[in-house]
Design a binder for this molecule. Structure first.
Ligand SMILES: [Zn+2]
Length: 167
């Protein structure tokens, strides 16, 4: 795996990034992955282009199920395989792959460590392949988390994730 040199974000990097502010007009909850984030453009509602695509693909599927299945079969060319995979439901293999990625990160066992979402995405991490979501009281604003086996991922900024071990 190529993620051996993925290091947690430094304190400077974290402080330089905007924090979640639910009272701001830039605060959004992504309609696709339900993650909270601050948008750069007021016209944007999705956390990234992939989520926007996935969301529209899903909705198109609901209205044109049969047509879409045919279209997806046509899409199964090698260079489009990534796109086709990303819009299909996550499997246990995807969850196992996520856990393998998390296992290789250097996570502080007590406090957890911060990572950027882009870096995790670049390793092929799939947020939809999770083992559930939850909420921790008195940990505002990062009180919602997505769990991946023993790992909990909190979003604390546009692209900053706090990854903790649930001991
Ligand atoms: Zn999203």
């Amino acid at each position: 795996m190529k993620n051996n040199n993925l290091r947690p974000l430094s304190e400077e990097q974290i402080n330089a990034l905007p924090k979640l502010d639910p009272t701001s007009d830039r605060f959004r909850i992504c309609p696709n992955c339900k993650i909270q984030f601050m948008t750069n453009h007021l016209s944007r509602d999705f956390c990234n282009d992939k989520c926007a695509d996935d969301y529209y693909n899903k909705h198109r599927r609901l209205t044109k199920q049969a047509t879409v299945i045919v279209e997806e079969n046509k899409m199964m060319k090698p260079h489009q395989e990534v796109l086709a995979t990303s819009s299909s439901p996550p499997t246990n293999n995807d969850l196992e792959k996520n856990i393998q990625i998390l296992d290789q990160l250097k996570i502080n066992p007590e406090k957890g460590s911060f990572f950027s979402q882009e870096e995790l995405n670049s390793l092929g991490f799939n947020f939809f392949a999770n083992s559930g979501t939850g909420k921790v009281p008195d940990n505002d604003p990062a009180c919602h988390y997505v769990s991946f086996a023993q790992y909990r991922i909190f979003r604390i900024g546009i692209s900053i994730l706090l990854i903790k071990l649930n001991n």
